[in-house]
Design a protein around this ligand. Structure first.
Ligand SMILES: NC(=O)c1ccc[n+]([C@@H]2O[C@H](COP(=O)([O-])OP(=O)(O)OC[C@H]3O[C@@H](n4cnc5c(N)ncnc54)[C@H](O)[C@@H]3O)[C@@H](O)[C@H]2O)c1
Length: 435
């Protein structure tokens, strides 16, 4: 099939590359000319395991190309995917200006029948706004269908998730649209995972329901972790025992400094806003959001309390800046709040991350000192904070650390270390929800 993908961010680029990988001819479009020029050279721009290899392979095979102008391509394709950002607007709702703008941008150039698919996370009813825009902008006589195909990939394993999805959700209103999308996705579900072909509103809501459920699960375990600290219980023991209940499961049940990223925070806000528009309070989802904000504050307060309320001139080393491992995405990363709050109180912050330093420099205000090698960041530090659970931090080597770090305390914001190992190395240990 001939496919155009509008937007080459984490979703558009991965989707476009994977569609090319399964033999389609794909053209990816972005308004960011600098990005397009790098992508043409096979530079994926973002850090995403496995992406660069597939990108280069499909460019070389002539199945994947990039342009900053959608004009010529959208008139000669079977499907157009819209995959632009839908960030949080000032009032918490989803800002649809990029998405509706992209629909407006393509409308005049459609020629034959085209299926226009929204891949962005956008509130129920958005597809019908897109449909209205297309109807009033397309040349007369041109036919089109719209569909919603929410994306469930996880940054850090995006290529793997896209190639082998747990399920594909297709929100359609015509047989023709269903057939085209089924054919496109069939090669991705040869393992027997389902394609759910449902109505458009349900498809749009499914994406929010999934993200809000997962965010709620994280906030739930973080609330229980706070209780563990008060009662002298250990969240790791509680979690492990909970997780063996098949009704609960082990995923998204890890306590930490809270969720971040480009999806959970904004999607939780957007669903709350959708609820308000319908006169519903959605108290559970509001609580998930509230607990998440509280969780960063609780962690920060632990650090401040350790230094008896005064962190001025304290040198704080931070390991891990990205909102989660295996990505360079800094959007809504808990590290931003924690570091900025420490610096407001006069701390000197020395930070390291395997891949996110470049983006962290844009995201974090203030004079953070950055180090490529995480061990260099702890020299002269008074405290070490672990904020992202990168693999390279997981094995705790007390002897090696002592050669670099002469401070007394370690705050493990992701519970990746054993407190006994840290104490045996002579450091005080503070995790999340651990006595
Ligand atoms: N990032 C994720 O993990 C993830 C997962 C599932 C769903 N989503 C959803 O997918 C959508 C895209 O997210 P993302 O993280 O890929 O966004 P992103 O911010 O990484 O990328 C968006 C891209 O769209 C481009 N763009 C904006 N307007 C354009 C236009 N008119 N024409 C062409 N390009 C344009 C931007 O320059 C940017 O490169 C969002 O709705 C998001 O909620 C994201």
């Amino acid at each position: 099939m001939k496919i155009v993908v509008i937007g080459t961010g984490y979703v558009g680029l991965v989707a476009g590359t994977c569609f090319a990988e399964t033999g389609n001819n794909v053209c990816c479009v972005d308004i960011d000319k600098g990005k397009i020029s790098r992508l043409r050279d096979g530079d994926p721009v973002i850090y995403e395991p496995g992406l660069e290899t597939q990108l280069k392979k499909n460019i070389k095979a002539g199945r994947l190309e990039f342009t900053d102008s959608a004009k010529e391509k959208v008139g000669d394709c079977d499907i157009i995917f819209l995959a632009v950002g839908t960030p949080t607007d000032k009032d918490g709702s989803a800002d649809l200006s990029y998405l509706l703008g992209s629909a407006k941008g393509i409308a005049p150039y459609l020629k034959g029948y085209t299926l226009v698919v929204n891949k962005c996370t956008a509130p129920v009813g958005t597809i019908h706004k897109i449909k209205d825009i297309l109807s009033s902008g397309i040349p007369s006589g041109v036919k089109f269908d719209v569909a919603s195909n929410p994306e469930f990939l996880k940054e850090g394993v995006a290529v793997q998730d896209f190639m082998y999805p747990d399920r594909v959700v297709l929100g359609v209103e015509t047989e023709r649209a269903a057939k085209i999308l089924y054919e496109l996705y069939e090669p991705f579900v040869r393992n027997g995972n389902p394609i759910h072909t449902i109505d458009i509103k349900s498809a749009e809501l499914t994406k929010y329901a999934c993200n809000c459920f997962l965010a709620t699960k994280i906030s739930f375990i973080n609330d229980i972790a706070a209780l563990c600290e008060k009662l002298g219980a250990d969240i790791n023991s509680v979690r492990a025992a909970m997780a063996t209940d098949q009704r609960i499961g082990k995923h998204f049940l890890y306590s930490g400094v809270g969720y971040g990223g480009s999806c959970f925070p904004k999607d939780v806000q957007a669903l709350i806003s959708t609820g308000s528009d319908c006169g519903l309070e959605l108290p559970l989802i509001r609580s998930a959001d509230k607990i998440n904000t509280l969780q960063r504050k609780r962690f920060l307060q632990k650090v401040i309390d350790y230094f008896n309320g005064d962190v001025k001139d304290k040198v704080i080393a931070v390991w891990g800046l990205a909102f989660k491992p295996q990505t360079d995405d800094m959007r809504e990363a808990p590290s931003i709040y924690i570091i900025e709050e420490l610096m407001k109180r006069g701390s000197i912050v020395k930070a390291s991350d395997p891949v996110a330093i470049k983006n962290a420099k844009q995201a974090i205000r203030g004079n953070v000192q950055y180090f490529e090698n995480h061990l260099d960041a702890v020299k002269d530090a008074d405290a070490l904070l672990l904020l992202t659970e990168w693999n390279e931090y997981r094995s705790f080597d007390g002897e090696r650390l002592k050669a670099y770090y002469g401070g007394k305390v370690i705050f493990d914001g992701r519970n990746i270390w054993h407190s006994e190992d840290i104490k045996a190395a002579g450091y005080d240990y503070y995790g999340i929800g651990r006595s």
